[in-house]
Design a protein around this ligand. Structure first.
Ligand code: NAD
Length: 462
């Protein structure tokens, strides 16, 4: 795989300040496929200075011209979609079809949506005797995870550029190659120098330096709750804006009137896709006690089918973490009906698609985010019980409700403390606001709500 040995700063690939590098490993065969620089505080400082210097001109660029650059960016991503898919497959390990259909296709759709929004959004509005201008918040520090590596980048960078902000990106250390490809695409799209900058590196070094840099006006972070808390604290102390997309433990609520087989099969597919490394995955399936054993049998059969189809998890640490949760599930008395902690293959960071039955709401595997191909099936007595269980975690990112009647499902969904609910298998919509209630985060991404995160208002009274 092609890797740059510098950082993309102020429109060119610049030599890194330090000598250290990060090896990129293919999780399927554990082979090193590339090496990128481990950025330092000095690299981050250079990048932030470039972003600040570029801010006035980019903020003053007419939205139609910003839209044209985003349209060009989308076109470059389309032209390089096969390379994107191959790169994500190499560094994340996801099957190539999934990389094509999701890891490449979704960011293209999101970049396209912001090209359109930038051209049509009202950056000026009237309120009584005032004119309200929606102005860019300034320099954005974007810190992204590895699970949907290009999507997480585009979900931050595209709205930031549409708003007139400039950006410094610190991507996840496991998946920096697609981030470098993205920087090339931004360059080829004719985005002016300094508007977008990339520094690869370790979270506690480059990430922390970016989050704490006084030249950054907004930190947009996606990743673990532990790091999110730390970033939120630092941003609070500096009185700077922060957007946090954190973990989830979403509920898939199957009401008794639902098509049980469909709800279970789609639910299992949702959890196993991307090897369970999806923050919005429905990792808790809630089934009425009268249908419980039937649902468990269906889920076990469905999970077994994924055995050969899913990729590995991202690295050895993540595999160890997922396995320890599976062992904890067994130790706390849950019934293993598919998969288990043993590795299904000798090489690669694979975890068997795993399903637990007899999971009770207070068990660790029903409360904590596992981030692997592990589903917990819980039993409920009645609708009120289902709602208590669904809302009974610190998280509130996503969820699903299935019922014979759409109105019945909607009525239940409206009582859930969560930011997104799919009704009877409703599809992902890149224009719908994505973000969490409770400890799942602060702020929203995608669509107009995602754009609003990068804008601040200035009111002029007449
Ligand atoms: P992480 O939070 O450590 O990493 C996410 C990003 O933050 C990476 O770019 C990382 O380099 C950076 N980072 C790490 N420490 C930092 C610091 N001190 N200051 C600034 N930036 C820092 O997540 P991880 O270790 O990659 O994954 C751990 C767990 O996080 C997973 O098992 C999963 O539960 C959760 N996770 C959630 C999401 C999500 O989309 N919500 C994504 C990835 C991981």
């Amino acid at each position: 795989m092609k890797a740059h040995d510098g950082h993309y700063i102020d429109g060119a690939w610049r030599p890194a300040a330090g000598q250290d590098g990060i090896d990129v490993v293919n999780p399927v065969d554990e082979q090193v496929i590339g090496r990128v620089p481990a950025g330092t505080a000095e690299d981050v400082d250079q990048a932030v200075r470039a972003a600040r210097a570029a801010l006035p001109a980019w903020a003053a660029t007419p939205p139609a011209e910003r839209a044209a650059r985003l349209g060009a960016l989308r076109d470059v991503l389309v032209a390089r979609k096969d390379e994107i898919a191959e790169t994500v497959t190499a560094e994340l390990g996801s099957p190539l079809k999934f990389s094509e259909n999701v890891h490449a296709a979704v960011p293209i759709a999101v970049a396209g949506s912001y090209a359109e929004l930038a051209a049509t959004y009202a950056f000026e509005e009237k309120a009584g005797n005032s004119t309200v201008y929606l102005e860019p918040v300034g320099v954005v520090g974007a810190i992204t995870p590895w699970n949907y590596p290009l999507h997480q980048i585009v979900a931050k960078v595209a709205p930031a550029l549409a708003a007139g902000c400039t950006v410094v990106l610190k991507p996840a250390e496991d998946t920096p190659l697609v981030a470098q490809l993205f920087a090339e695409a931004v360059h080829d799209a004719g985005v002016p120098a300094g508007v977008f900058n990339l520094v690869t590196g370790l979270g506690p070094v480059a990430g922390q330096a970016l989050a704490e840099h006084p030249g950054v006006d907004l930190v947009s972070f996606t990743g673990s709750t532990a790091v999110g808390r730390q970033i939120g604290r630092a941003a609070g102390a500096a009185v700077k804006r922060v957007a946090l997309e954190l973990g989830g433990k979403s509920a898939n609520v199957i009401l008794p009137s639902a098509d049980l087989a469909k709800a279970v099969n789609v639910g299992v597919a949702n959890v196993m896709s991307n090897s369970g490394q999806t923050c919005s995955a429905w990792t808790r399936m809630l089934v009425h006690r009268d249908q419980y054993e039937e649902a468990v049998a269906l889920a076990a059969t469905a999970a077994a089918k994924y055995g050969e189809r899913i990729g590995p998890v991202v690295n050895a640490k993540q595999r160890a973490r997922v396995r320890s949760y599976i062992e904890k599930g067994v130790a706390e008395g849950a019934r293993l009906v598919a998969g288990g902690p043993e590795s299904p293959r000798e090489q690669g960071y694979f975890v068997a698609p795993t399903v637990f039955a007899d999971v009770t709401p207070e068990m660790t595997i029903a409360q904590e985010e596992i981030f692997g191909p592990v589903l917990s099936v819980l039993r409920y007595e009645d609708e009120e019980d289902a709602l208590r269980i669904a809302n009974g975690t610190v998280y509130g990112l996503a969820g699903a409700v299935w019922a014979g009647d759409e109105a019945e499902a909607v009525a239940f969904a409206r009582r859930m403390d969560t930011g997104q609910v799919d009704i009877n298998g409703g599809r992902f919509n890149p224009l719908a606001p994505f973000g969490g209630y409770k400890q799942s985060g602060v702020g929203r991404e995608l669509g107009t709500h995602g754009l609003a995160e990068y804008l601040q208002t200035k009111s002029l009274q007449f």
